[in-house]
Design a protein around this ligand. Structure first.
Ligand code: SF4
Length: 522
């Protein structure tokens, strides 16, 4: 029964996680060409481009959050879908074992990570029959940061900065722009949106996500929807949210809209936001062997075109000479000398901590002394080191028992209920994350003498290369993404976006882009 089906699925999952499709590379290349290299936006996009090339060259995950695997499978009439679904599950477990996917499936009642990406609801698999003698498998890996920025609107309603959105296509346009503005950098902008007009609350979100299977450069066959897509693209890129919400010219790389019929009483607009790490691929399989006949979204089997030249890739982080070097543990006076906009290069020991660690620290002392230290909002991909399977790299990565294969920042705002207390109780000097934090944390930074620095979301390969070794791990019972990893790093770059003087770049950009939202789209 389809002897090559399993291997084809493993190949599809691995490549989707590690090699960005050509249309997304092209859109990100255009964004890179738009931003001046020495700006925050330019530096962020250069790191992203390096990260994309590094991931492809070492077959490592583009982003440490390998997302919710969602399969759309078309099969000939009579195909055994029960067997196929089991093969999909086994392929997901195998790709996880190989470090191509991070264990991401968590029991919603007790918080336990299944460790293999299998569990109720994961992976998501949709089947459809068609009258062709072939199997088509499409896969999207959409991470939590961007998933959390999805939005659903029930029209008519009043929107910040935009006024009333009626049950019209203009009301739809306003909702989409509002969603892009609201996302700021939390979904690792520049992102793309899939949109559904109509449906019910459930089918609307599903149809919106399905729009993300369209290529970024296609044209909507419905001219009315094509017109809104174009209008949204123009207006969104005038908002100056920019890459990672740092400000800049590119906030959106795609807008794809579909429509479903609705009930007379309902008018939903559902927006599925995907980040720049827009991992979506597909294959057409021989219906009798399950072997890959050809790849979708790619031109044949031609290798991906690198985003940077070898010289640009080798150059590493684009320093301007004004960077501030921080060596952990860090003094309060050095922290108080920093201001929003400063680029820092951090060396020494840092500790990862995300949701489970933060909740734990509210009730228990830290397992190690983190005073003067650096707390990294990160759920890395960490595997047991095997001597000869390491990806090509000029630096050893995660020597010893554990090897970090991907280590970008996670969305920080989730830790807002905890962060202020942790800063004050345990004397943390630097919090690294992405997307910024709220007013309570900003006040605590000022009170305790600490800063929040924004790393580049999704740049998991780039940051993994800043890690010299895994020095230890605590709280491993929370699962590898949620454990507290002790990482020794060199020259880890990030930008101060919330300082110890009460300033927040995130607040400033949100306010300025809100004003622009009113001007360009109101
Ligand atoms: S790039 Fe950002 S939003 Fe996308 S999966 Fe990675 S961390 Fe999440």
């Amino acid at each position: 029964m389809l002897p090559s089906f399993f291997d084809s699925l493993v190949q599809l999952i691995a490549r989707t996680s590690t090699d960005l499709p050509p249309d997304v590379r092209h859109a990100m290349g255009a964004a890179l060409a738009t931003e001046a290299p020495a700006t925050r936006a330019g530096q962020a996009l250069t790191i992203i481009a390096q990260n994309v090339d590094q991931a492809a060259s070492c077959d490592g995950p583009i982003c440490q959050d390998t997302g919710m695997p969602t399969f759309e499978i078309k099969v000939p009439v009579g195909a055994n879908q029960i067997w196929m679904k089991q093969q999909v599950r086994e392929a997901i477990a195998e790709a996880t074992r190989r470090g191509k996917l991070r264990p991401n499936s968590v029991d919603s009642i007790n918080g336990a990570n299944s460790g293999n990406n299998l569990g109720p609801g994961t992976p998501i698999v949709h089947f459809e029959q068609w009258e062709r003698d072939a199997i088509e498998v499409k896969l999207i890996l959409k991470g939590g940061g961007c998933e959390n920025t999805n939005a659903q609107y029930a029209l008519p309603l009043e929107l910040d900065h935009l006024g009333r959105a009626d049950r019209t296509l203009d009301g739809v346009r306003k909702c989409i722009l509002h969603a892009v503005w609201k996302a700021q950098g939390k979904g690792c902008s520049p992102g793309a949106v899939g949109v559904c007009i109509g449906g019910d609350r459930t089918s609307g979100y599903l149809h919106a996500k399905q729009q993300l299977f369209r290529t970024l450069d296609d044209t909507n066959p419905d001219p009315r929807l094509a017109a809104i897509e174009n209008a949204v693209m123009s207006a969104a890129n005038e908002l100056t949210v920019g890459p990672m919400g740092f400000g800049g010219q590119t906030s959106l790389i795609g807008c794809k809209i579909g429509a479903l019929n609705r009930l007379p009483a309902s008018f939903f607009v559902s927006v599925a936001y995907d980040c720049w790490a827009f991992r979506r691929l597909g294959v057409t399989l021989d219906a009798h062997s399950g072997a890959i006949a050809f790849w979708l979204y790619r031109e044949g089997e031609t290798p991906s075109v690198p985003m940077l030249t070898p010289e640009q890739l080798a150059a590493g982080f684009p320093c301007t000479g004004s960077e501030v070097r921080l060596q952990a543990p860090i003094s309060e006076s050095q922290i108080r000398s920093l201001k929003v906009g400063d680029v820092v290069l951090i060396s020494g020991r840092m500790f990862t901590g995300r949701d489970a660690v933060h909740a734990h620290l509210m009730k228990h002392e830290p397992p190690v002394d983190i005073r003067g230290g650096v707390l990294y909002h990160c759920g890395p991909v960490v595997v047991k080191a095997v001597k000869d399977d390491g990806p090509a790299s000029s630096k050893p990565r995660g020597e010893g028992e554990w090897k970090v294969t991907a280590a970008g920042p996670t969305t920080s705002i989730r830790e807002e209920p905890y962060q202020a207390d942790i800063l004050k109780r345990y004397g943390v000097r630097v919090v690294i994350g992405k997307g910024g934090m709220g007013a309570k944390t900003l006040a605590a930074l000022k009170e305790s003498g600490a800063v929040y620095v924004n790393a580049i979301g999704g740049a998991a390969q780039f940051y993994a290369r800043c890690i010299d070794r895994v020095a230890g791990v605590s709280l491993l019972e929370f699962g590898t993404p949620e454990a507290m990893w002790h990482l020794d790093v060199t020259d880890f770059p990030a930008i101060v976006t919330m300082d110890a003087h009460g300033n927040s770049l995130h607040q400033d950009i949100e306010a300025a882009s809100g004003d622009r939202l009113h001007t360009v789209a109101g």
